[in-house]
Write a protein that binds this ligand. Sequence first.
Ligand code: NAD
Length: 275
Amino acid sequence: MSKTIVLTGAGGVLCSTLAKALAKEGHKIAVLDLKKEAAQKVADEIKGEGGKAIGVMANVLEKASLESAKEEVNTKLGPCDILVNGAGGNHPLGTTSNPFFQMEDLKTSAEGFKTFFDLDPKGIEFTFNLNFLGTLLPTQIFAKDMVGRKGCSILNISSMNAFTPLTKIPAYSGAKAAVSNFTQWLAVHFSKVGIRVNALAPGFFLTEQNRALLTNPDGSLTKRGQQIIDQTPMGRYGKPEDLISTTLYLCDDASSFVTGVVIPIDGGFSAYSGV
Ligand code: NAD
């Protein structure tokens, strides 16, 4: 059955791939993004392949923007059946320069060098807002369409950092832990009205957000990039396409008794102790 599926952050790498895969299943797709052109480009690509899609500007941090996006979705595609909360990311001001704090860090005065003590509340706030509030607010707006209807669900995007925090990125790790926790909370909260709530926890996917952290300008891996591969039993980065089958399953009635789960898609990263 064709459903109306709203994806936030779908002008980006991972969720544009999911939007296209869901469109191929015959669903009507609302591609939402802060960047209108990015959203429109993905919608146009879907239409070019014979699918049904609209590109809509929406800021996941502004209720008014989400309300007007919902109005457009409802008018053009009908009520929302599925919401994929894909918008998310990190901020450099919430990131330390080194994985471990050491005595000599106190004497380092290099431009841009950041210890735990230099973390800027603005960077922490940005990251918590984008990932956590940016999941909660679109859910408040779009889940109203789902109440009392059948086959509706919400899919959040968490991360490996939610299980065990990665070094250097305390804000992003905490914010994604909040997304996982909220996924469970909301699954319970909505369980009596038939709305399922689940999440993907992608491992490491080489995208624009993390490319500079994981690869050198010549394409070789940075030390951190190599550490990730060494810690991933399957020995490679994820490809956006690796997220498709789990997404189709969680958005389909095939998973009708599945709610409140956070599924790692990580080549075994979260199962491996490193020894
Ligand atoms: P991306 O940067 O390619 O896409 C994110 C999109 O979100 C961008 O198009 C951006 O314009 C949009 N966006 C940013 N702020 C917004 C706002 N306020 N309102 C609406 N849209 C906004 O990132 P991606 O790698 O495709 O990541 C998608 C999701 O997956 C994110 O939640 C990310 O945290 C998560 N994730 C990514 C990885 C990875 O390895 N890339 C791993 C785990 C989780």
